[in-house]
Design a protein around this ligand. Sequence first.
Ligand code: MN
Length: 486
Amino acid sequence: MSYIIKGETGDWEVVIGLEVHAQVISKAKLFSGASADFGAAPNAQVSLVDAGMPGMLPVINAHCVAQAVRTGLGLKAKINHRSVFARKNYFYADMPQGYQISQYDQPIVGEGTIILDMPDGSTRAIGVERLHLEQDAGKLIHDRHPRESFVDLNRSGVALMEIVSKPDLRSPEEAGQYLRKLRSILRYLGTCDGNMEEGSMRCDANVSVRPVGATELRTRCEIKNVNSVRFVMQAIEHEAARHVDVWESGGKIDQETRLYDSNKNETRSMRSKEMAHDYRYFPDPDLQPLEFDDAFVAKIKADLPELPDDKKARFASEFGLSAYDAGVMVAEQANADYFEKVAKISGDAKLANNWVANNLFAVLNAKGVGVAESPISADQLAKLLVLIKDDAISGRQAKDVFEIMVATSQDPDKIVEERGMKQITDTGAIDAAIDQIMAANADKVEQYRAGKVQVMSWFVGQVMKATQGQAKPAVCQELLKKKLTP
Ligand code: MN
């Protein structure tokens, strides 16, 4: 399923690499003890280090280092036991030090892989180039005063993991899948909350195009700080089309940094792209090279949770889910846990998958809540499935019970009991209903006997109606056949 842009002169493909800045889950900042919590009053969480006061020395936060290693392990990446912090020099009003402490040619994590789960059930392996640790800048606030801007340094010094993909992505769809999968892995690991709207995960997209079949890379543009998966996909689609237009009209693409405007669905030039040498990177003299031993990594490795890919494989083999269904179910850990509980208690994983993926997710999506706020607990849904499996209620009744559970959060047993919804197993009651319906519809009986067997479904419907849906359709059909056959 390749993504081709049809141009005037031929077919083009898009080449995408993503740089994700993921805010590390940590109580304190990367090089100071100030709180990294979101939402405090402006400048309430700023140490002298974060404010760039002269003579203040950074002290590495070991927890942030462990989080980066944990993430590297989750990305099946090479962990570098020795890495170096470097100064990236540039001036901006939200960064009082005049440089960002980052990592340059010796990052803490090297090459890794992210597996994309495509909608057709296939997978694609996307290379991760590196992951490095760096500090975040503060925030400029422009909308509080007509002529003045304000600086909030609460975010200054907060730990970020910059995760850089290889230019392996070939469509906006793949870019979206990559971001969702990366976010899923980070959340499983507990190293970043992945909240793009709040800015704790931010994405820059490097986009270029080339004629289908070409192997060289053409000039790329970098689209900065797009704050949702959907906007990243839109921005790439738009930017790729712009490149094709420029190349085909005989122009050339300048390497530059562009901003995506989601209101107008267009990208605008922000600045011509700076090169690495513009930043005059050099090892930070205030910090030792970062070194740790095998035991440090082994301890973190021993503590890793079951990650989405492994869980997906297990759900497929243990519960017989299709690759696609398993991929959907494991994307969020809370969903996976919920499903697994329902599957185990009910003893029917396929039924559990149908009810969770279709019925329950539809309700949660409509309410805009996650599984943690579900009106139906996993235990309750499992009980409902047991009622279905035991033939205690019909499929139609199950849907009704489910609706009542959504509205009241009551146990299904109680709902069935109180409303007398038990499926009729007493054939006498069904027999009586059939006799009545046949007597009142002699014409339909004639039709059936003349060979028009399709009226059977009409009869079944009438019996279901007469028994308020409490009869079992298969039983109705069996009894009807006996009585209708002369
Ligand atoms: Mn960065």
